[in-house]
Design a protein around this ligand. Structure first.
Ligand code: FAD
Length: 380
């Protein structure tokens, strides 16, 4: 057991922090208020190796592990959670599904472009009638003359409107239930594929979330991803890793809110002294820092085990559950420490407070994480 970052991990954290402070921080509120997707920044992140960190170098990736990937997501989200979720959905959902379940040919065709940020990826599982109950997918894929024809619609897909590649799940055999859903790779130009309504969101507003529509979308047989009928089961495995990225997203935003609150508490004076001298404020800072540490340790445990090739269904769900709930509490207290100024958009905590809520919902709500963990506990 080693609780220290390696020299390389420290260097990586410093490099991502420097980038986020210089290239993202100045634009955060403009992007948020205008719901502007930071396309140019995403391309730069690709050129720096941050859009394909967990993939091997021969496929254009950076050859790093999930601890390093978490560090990247944390540091981006410490400044802007929107950038964090864009990278997370692209990397550990879309690209990783292709990496883990794809054929050699699919990996070679898609991963180098995704890892370099030349192409952006999205991953579509959720539908209006199939959220927590994702196996209730209604989108269908039927075989017609050696081609798959997809019909249906997905909702809440991160990056939908900017994606060059979509990994989407569709029913190929209704009678086989969970083993009758398959995954497909859909390229943007495929006729019948389009992005629909873009949601106007509470937070993470610079990330684009919306509908993906399949209207007689005709795909070659080679676009099936993984085994026929195993797309849903494969998705659960992909979510094991994805949840580490949502925990990192939560931790990053909580860190940003904590840093701002700590700083503010030292300069804001009431009753003739800095508010940091009041024990009530100190207690808040103590609880925030302690929960932040606990969340990070849980997440690095899940990440380390995943890097060792272990199954981390329980560990990543625990990390995601704890980190997201703790981050909501931390961002709430960060606003409280700022008093009325925490309610004003001139201070960064207002945005963290809005953005962080997604973490208890996306990639499985807290209630679903508890179901996942309970199943693992009872199985053991
Ligand atoms: C900003 C954003 C980005 C997203 N990005 C993506 C993406 O890229 N790709 C993608 O596929 N999806 C994405 N999602 C969808 C997300 O994963 C779902 O919203 C989430 O899984 C919950 O589904 P739902 O919204 O339909 O809620 P519902 O499933 O309708 O849940 C409503 C409430 O009921 C509770 N509930 C449901 N079932 C149970 C149960 N069995 N026991 C106890 N409580 C239960 C839930 O916990 C929740 O509190 C995104 C969502 C958002 C908001």
């Amino acid at each position: 057991m080693d609780f220290e970052y390696t020299a390389e991990q420290k260097q990586l954290r410093g490099a991502v922090r420097e980038f986020a402070e210089a290239e993202i921080r100045p634009h955060v509120m403009e992007w948020d208020e205008g719901q502007i997707f930071p396309l140019e920044t995403v391309r730069t992140l690709g050129s720096l190796g941050y859009m394909g960190s967990i993939f091997p170098e021969e496929l254009g990736g950076a050859g790093l592990g999930y601890v390093e990937y978490s560090i990247i997501i944390e540091e981006l989200s410490r400044v802007d959670g929107s950038v964090g979720i864009i990278v997370a959905a692209h990397t550990s959902l879309c690209s990783n599904h292709i990496f883990k379940m794809g054929s050699d040919e699919q990996r070679r065709r898609y991963l180098p472009k995704l890892a370099s940020g030349e192409w952006i990826g999205c991953w579509s599982l959720t539908e209006t009638e199939a959220g927590s109950d994702a196996a209730g997918t209604r989108t269908t894929a039927t075989l017609e003359d050696d081609h798959w024809v997809l019909n249906g619609a997905k909702t809440f897909t991160t990056n939908a409107h900017y994606a060059d590649i979509c990994v989407g799940m569709a029913v190929t055999d209704r009678s086989a239930a969970q083993h009758g859903i398959s995954a497909f790779i859909i390229e943007k130009e495929t006729p019948g594929f389009s992005a629909g309504k873009k949601e106007n969101k509470l937070g993470l507003r610079a990330s684009a979330t919306g509908e993906v529509i399949f209207d007689h979308c005709r795909l070659g047989a080679s676009q099936l991803l993984g085994k026929r009928g195993e797309g849903f089961v494969d998705s659960l495995r992909i979510l094991d890793g994805g949840r580490i990225s949502i925990a990192a997203l939560a931790i990053g935003m909580a860190q940003g809110a904590y840093d701002a609150a700590l700083r503010y508490s030292k300069v804001r004076k009431q009753f003739g002294r800095p508010i940091s001298e009041f024990q009530a404020i100190q207690n808040k800072l103590v609880d925030m820092a302690t929960e932040l540490d606990a969340a990070r340790l849980l997440n690095y445990r899940a990440a380390t085990r995943l890097d060792r090739g272990e199954r981390v269904t329980k560990e990543s769900a625990m990390a995601k559950l704890f980190a997201s709930e703790a981050a909501v509490r931390i961002c709430n207290e960060a606003v409280q420490i700022h008093g009325g100024y925490g309610f004003i958009k001139d201070y960064p905590v207002e945005k963290f407070y809005r953005d962080v809520k997604l973490c208890t919902i996306g990639e499985g709500t807290s209630e679903i994480q508890r179901l996942v963990i309970a199943r693992q506990l009872l199985k053991d």
